[in-house]
Design a binder for this molecule. Structure first.
Ligand code: PLP
Length: 399
């Protein structure tokens, strides 16, 4: 028998496919495809504080027994407390939290949770554009109606708050709205605190469900508190909502697959029920999560000295990205490249939507300057040197 030869061709992942192409390309080249931090020399950079935590871990000589289904409870607690850094009287007993396989796994758990609570006919609203994986996560979790709300204004290269509010106001009650907590991927455009309050108003009025995707806390501004303003607004206003946290970027633990899904509930009774349901979802999926990343993260978050060192390194990464944005923008101004390039320094986080057409982005790729065809570039991949080369490349392709 031959069951599988006639399977339809797989859908290639645009990011990983282009990244492979960029990696295989000859030097000189600039690879700005994947969302991963690079140092001043363009090299991957394990955090010093993580190296320290690794040594502590080794010394402790811990065993490899299974973690509970929900993961390491100390890690989950530290993760939730980090999300709400600076919040006094955190209603921790109303927040159910489980360890997840990084941010992707947290989003997937959130999707399974909503599928089992309000059902797969719940309408799901994603920003347009959004992280490429969001749509597939919800579709593969069985949702029949995965839609978009307006998010990006290509004229101002900022948030289309009017369009966003209009679209959310039209969403049916109970719809799930996915919001990027900060450093929106791919546009680098975030709502202001005032705009977050308007978004909260419409979510409240329309009785929408909310999932915050937090893949970049601390990465946008270098300040954990500043970056989590949206979560604090929703907490203070008494919302029920989900948060998917990832430590891939802010601790540089990409391949450790360490994250957390937390669900803020109205009551302690609800949070206990939610916790139980999440355990029921996890057990048949992967039984229980790996311990290594959870141990590293909790050592860093729970130890005052390590935590302070981490925050310095985190700020260093955020600042370097901000510096690269400035070099790129200033160089474009210097070259008198047609157009306005202020959005490059206005946008925050790892990515910039450069504002290039598909043809212009392709022309950059042809020059071995690899940005996505949408014009998305991972600014974290630039160095002082390559930022100038990229500006020259952009100058050539837009003229
Ligand atoms: N969500 C967003 C918006 C992202 O940009 C990413 C990574 O690029 C993720 C989630 C998940 O990343 P990970 O699964 O590596 O934590």
């Amino acid at each position: 028998s031959d069951r599988w030869s006639n399977l339809p061709p797989p859908t290639p992942d645009v990011v990983f496919t282009l990244n492979s192409k960029a990696k295989a390309a000859a030097d000189p080249k600039i690879n700005l495809v994947i969302g991963a931090y690079r140092d001043d020399d363009g090299k991957p950079m394990p955090l010093k504080v993580i190296r320290k935590a690794e040594r502590i871990l080794l010394e402790k000589n811990l065993n490899y027994e299974y973690l509970p289904i929900e993961g390491d409870p100390e890690f989950c607690d530290a993760s939730v407390k980090m999300l709400y850094s600076g919040v006094k009287d955190l209603p921790r007993q109303r927040i159910a939290a489980v360890q997840s396989l990084s941010g992707t796994g947290a989003c997937r758990l959130a999707a399974e949770f909503v599928a089992r609570t309000t059902g797969v006919n719940t309408e799901v609203y994603l920003p347009d554009p959004t992280w490429a994986n969001h749509k597939a996560i919800f579709q593969f979790s069985g949702f029949h109606h995965v839609k978009n709300y307006r998010y990006f204004d290509s004229n101002t290269k900022g948030v289309d708050i009017k369009g966003m509010l209009e679209d959310l106001a039209r969403a049916p009650e109970n719809s799930l709205v996915v919001l990027h907590l900060c450093a929106h991927n791919p546009t680098g455009a975030d709502p202001t605190p005032e705009e977050w309050n308007l978004i909260a108003d419409v979510c409240q009025k329309r009785k929408l469900q909310i999932l915050f995707d937090s893949a970049y806390q601390g990465y946008a501004s270098g300040d954990l508190q500043k970056d989590s303003i949206a979560a604090r607004i929703f907490l203070a206003r008494g919302f029920e909502y989900l948060v998917a946290q990832s430590f891939a970027k802010n601790m540089g633990l990409y391949n450790d697959r360490i994250g957390c899904l937390s669900v803020t509930c109205a009551t302690t009774v609800a949070s206990e029920k939610v916790f139980g349901l999440l355990q029921n979802i996890i057990r048949p999926m992967y039984s229980n999560p790996p311990a290594h990343g959870a141990r590293l993260v909790k050592f860093v978050l729970m130890d005052e000295t390590l935590r302070a060192e981490w925050e310095v390194e985190l700020k260093g990464m955020a600042d370097r990205i901000i510096r690269m944005r400035k070099i790129l923008r200033d160089e474009l101004v210097q070259l008198q490249t047609p157009g306005n390039w202020d959005h490059i320094t206005r946008q925050i986080g790892m990515f910039s939507y450069l504002g290039l057409s598909k043809a212009q982005s392709q022309a950059l790729q042809d020059r071995r300057m690899f940005v996505m065809l949408t014009g998305r570039a991972s600014i974290a991949g630039l160095t002082a040197n390559t930022a100038k080369l990229l500006a020259k490349g952009i100058d050539e392709v837009v003229r």
